[in-house]
Structures are given as structure tokens and as C-alpha cells.
Design a protein around this ligand. Structure first.
Ligand code: ADE
Length: 421
């Protein structure tokens, strides 16, 4: 039977398969989950709708969910992050229906989301809450079928927690992003490395000696700032939160408002989750040749409409993923990846080794949600501690790292209050 799909080119499947298998080499924890799921089939009879970045790593998660017995359908969580060879292989080699085309316009993006909702899923998996939002707006009728949803990213969880506070959630959601096994590693080391990878692949820039300005010092911002420093860049952090600004300062970064940094930055990276963090007054202060990019979930962090207005709508493509905007002053600003996630648009997203932890957590959270569906309420739930402990232990084992265990005396000490000075 032909697998339903909307993808760029099925002939790309051999390259996609090679990349999926290459990624699998670095996903040992997900493999252990997958092996157990194959035997136990914990998702048998479950229809799943997934809206994720369609990468080689995501392909391995889809294989795991299918091995667990789920009837899976996948669409993209971002119009530019899809890897077309992976979509081809998922359809051809793994018989998983995929609706995702790299560079799809917003209309096609939503058409694909609607196709996934047409699949009438009982469980959804989101990266940025677009599927949940659709199920709470235009497709409310289908929301009644949903037992639970998993959310992969900070931006999505913020929105879902706001819905929860307002009593607007129609079904339970698991905040996978908030698990330590996810954000402490994926957001920090994954975003840190893959963002620089995207900037370098797009521009071939030398980072050593450059002024890199990182907007936002959450886990992603920390990762980007730290890795940029490691490459020899002079890093400035901008923040609106005093505690995070203080942390950035004591971590050794220069901290100042964007208006100041705008005047000397060579490369700007937004990772705030907020909109218009770089806007008209900042563009107007920038040096000739400044590069501007975003690694936050949505393409709203850079005020591209303002940049477009400043340049009278004129822009030129300089390289793949690099657009030049020339200001009336003659200064050129280079926008990378159309202001969309530079790490997934111009590079391949986070490396498999870190997605291993995120997606093992996703898979186990899904199993947990299905098991506990009868008792869950429309509310945002954290990932169970046992899942996090299991993932962390197995990741350590896969890295051949042993750690100490508490002696009986130490255990007793930690639970008693008699001993003191
Ligand atoms: N988000 C960031 N990197 C990713 C990857 N490699 N696969 C899926 N989602 C991601």
C-alpha cells in the first residue's frame, strides 16, 4: 500500500537512510527504549500526530514510536528545518507518513498540520505547540480525541503553562522540555554547538576575535555564549532579567543593553523566545557587515518587517541562507536563514548524541502518558523523576562513565539531623 505523504523527492531516500543510521549510532539510550518497545508494544492501538523538526534524529524517534505499536504521522514544526532526504527515507524505508517540505510556505505548513489532525490522533507530540494551538482553535472537535500531548521546547511550554493558568487547556500536556535530561543538555550544549555550526556553514565566518552578541541568557543563550567564547569570540550578553544578567556577568561575559551592543557587534544571535529583540533602532546603529540571526523557536525575535522597511523592501541573496539588506547609510546587514532557527535551517540541528537524551525522554514520557491517561487532567505535567533518572544513568553508561554510590553511613547522614558541629 502506498504511504500517504507530501515530500520533496522520494529519490533522496538512500541518502536519508544513511544519515538516519549514522544518527542512530549516537543514540544508544533511544535504542534501548526502542528494543524494549519492540517487545512490549506499549503504544499498540495509539494513533500519534507528531509536529517536530524533521531531522535524522527525529526519524529515529519516529522508528521508536512505530516499534512501540503506534500508528504515527509526522509534519514539520518549522518551514525551514525539514531534511528532505530524511522525509524520503521515512516514507520509503520505514513506511511512516510524512507531510513536510523544506522551504514550504505558511499555507502548506498549516495544510500539513491539518493533515496530521485529520489522522485523528489520540496522542500528539509538538515542538512549539503549533499542533496544540490548532487543536484549541480551528480544530477543537478533534481535541476531544486527545489523551495527552508532549511538548519539546521552551517556547511551547511557556504558552501551554499560560493556557493551563487560564483554564484553557483541553487535554493533559507533558512538559518534556522542562525535564533536566532535556533542557540542561539539548538547550545548552545542543543549541550552543548547532547555532555556531549554522552561522559558520551559512557564512564561513571566523569567530575568533569577533564581537558576538547573544540576546537572552536562558539555557540556549548560555550554550551559545559559552561555545562562541570557546571559539575565541568576544561575547556580550543582553538580558532583561537581572538575575540572569548577573549570572552572565559573573560567568565573565560583557553585559549591556542591545542599544549599546548594536554599535559594536559583528554577529548577533537571538535566543530569547520574545519578539522584536533586535529592531529598527538597533539596525540603525549597526556596523557595516553586521550579521544577524536567530536560534529561538519562532522567527519573530528579529524585526524583519522593520529591516525591510528601512531598506525600502530591497534585499539581495549573497549566499545560501544569507540575505543582504543595505540601509540608507550604506551599511549592509546580513540576515541569516530568514530569521528562522539558524541551527536547523543552515545546519542539521543538534547532534544526535544530545537528541538521544531528549528523544529517549520523549518516548518514555509518551509511554507514561498512555499508561496514566485515565487519571490525567487537562494540565501541564512534569516528566516523572524515574524517567529522568533512567535516561541520565543510561547516558552515563553509554559514555562509559562510572560514578560513586552513597555508603550506608552517608545515606544515614543525609536523612538525619542529629550530627552537627
Ligand atoms: N531541535 C534541535 N535540533 C534538533 C534535531 N537534530 N532534531 C530534532 N529537533 C531538533
Amino acid at each position: 500500500m502506498a504511504i500517504s505523504c507530501d515530500i520533496t523527492n522520494p529519490n533522496l531516500a538512500p541518502e536519508g537512510l544513511r544519515r538516519i543510521e549514522w544518527a542512530a549510532n549516537d543514540m544508544p539510550v533511544l535504542k534501548l527504549v526502542s528494543d524494549r518497545f519492540k517487545k512490549e508494544k506499549p503504544l499498540a492501538g495509539i494513533r500519534m500526530g507528531c509536529c517536530l523538526h524533521v531531522t535524522a534524529e527525529t526519524a529515529n524517534l519516529m522508528r521508536t514510536l512505530k516499534a512501540a505499536g503506534a500508528d504515527v504521522m509526522l509534519c514539520a514544526s518549522n518551514p525551514l528545518s525539514t531534511q528532505d532526504d530524511v522525509t524520503a527515507s521515512l516514507v520509503k524505508d520505514f513506511e511512516i507518513p510524512v507531510f513536510a517540505i523544506k522551504g514550504e510556505n505558511v499555507e502548506t505548513f498549516y495544510k500539513h498540520l491539518n493533515t496530521v489532525v485529520d489522522h485523528r490522533p489520540n496522542i500528539t507530540m509538538d515542538d512549539g505547540a503549533d499542533l496544540v494551538t490548532l487543536l484549541h482553535t480551528k480544530r477543537k472537535t478533534e481535541a476531544k480525541n486527545i489523551q495527552a500531548s508532549m511538548e519539546e521546547t521552551t517556547t511551547g511550554v511557556i504558552r501551554l503553562r499560560a493556557m493551563d493558568r487560564d483554564g484553557a487547556l483541553m487535554f493533559p500536556v507533558i512538559a518534556v522540555n522542562d525535564a533536566d535530561t532535556k533542557h540542561l543538555f539539548d538547550n545548552r550544549y545542543g543549541t550552543g554547538q548547532s547555532t555556531l555550526d549554522g552561522i559558520i556553514r551559512a557564512t564561513d565566518v571566523l569567530l575568533a576575535g569577533k564581537h558576538v552578541v547573544v540576546a537572552g541568557y536562558g539555557w540556549c543563550g548560555r550554550g551559545v555564549a559559552d561555545r562562541a567564547r570557546g571559539m575565541g569570540a568576544l561575547v556580550t550578553v543582553t538580558e532583561i532579567n537581572s538575575l540572569k544578567a548577573l549570572e552572565a556577568a559573573m560567568d565573565g561575559f560583557r553585559v549591556c543593553p542591545m542599544n549599546e551592543a548594536a554599535a559594536y557587534g559583528d554577529i548577533f544571535v537571538t535566543v530569547t523566545g520574545n519578539k522584536h529583540v533586535i529592531r529598527k533602532e538597533h539596525f540603525e546603529r549597526m556596523k557595516d557587515g553586521a550579521m544577524v540571526c536567530n536560534s529561538g523557536h519562532f522567527d519573530v525575535e528579529i524585526d524583519i518587517p522593520a529591516l525591510t522597511t528601512l531598506t525600502g523592501g530591497k534585499k539581495e541573496i549573497r549566499r545560501n541562507h544569507v540575505e543582504e539588506f543595505r540601509l540608507p547609510s550604506g551599511h549592509r546587514i546580513f540576515l541569516l536563514a530568514q530569521g528562522r532557527l539558524v541551527n536547523l535551517s543552515a545546519a542539521e540541528g543538534h547532534p544526535a548524541s544530545v537528541m538521544d537524551m531528549s528523544f529517549a525522554t520523549q518516548a518514555l514520557a509518551t509511554e507514561w502518558a498512555v499508561k496514566n491517561a485515565a487519571t490525567l487532567k487537562p494540565h501541564v505535567y512534569d516528566v516523572a523523576t524515574e524517567i529522568e533518572d533512567w535516561v541520565a544513568n543510561l547516558k552515563l553508561q553509554s559514555m562509559k562513565i562510572n560514578i560513586d554510590t552513597l555508603t550506608p553511613e552517608q545515606k544515614k547522614y543525609l536523612t538525619s539531623y542529629q550530627e552537627g558541629t
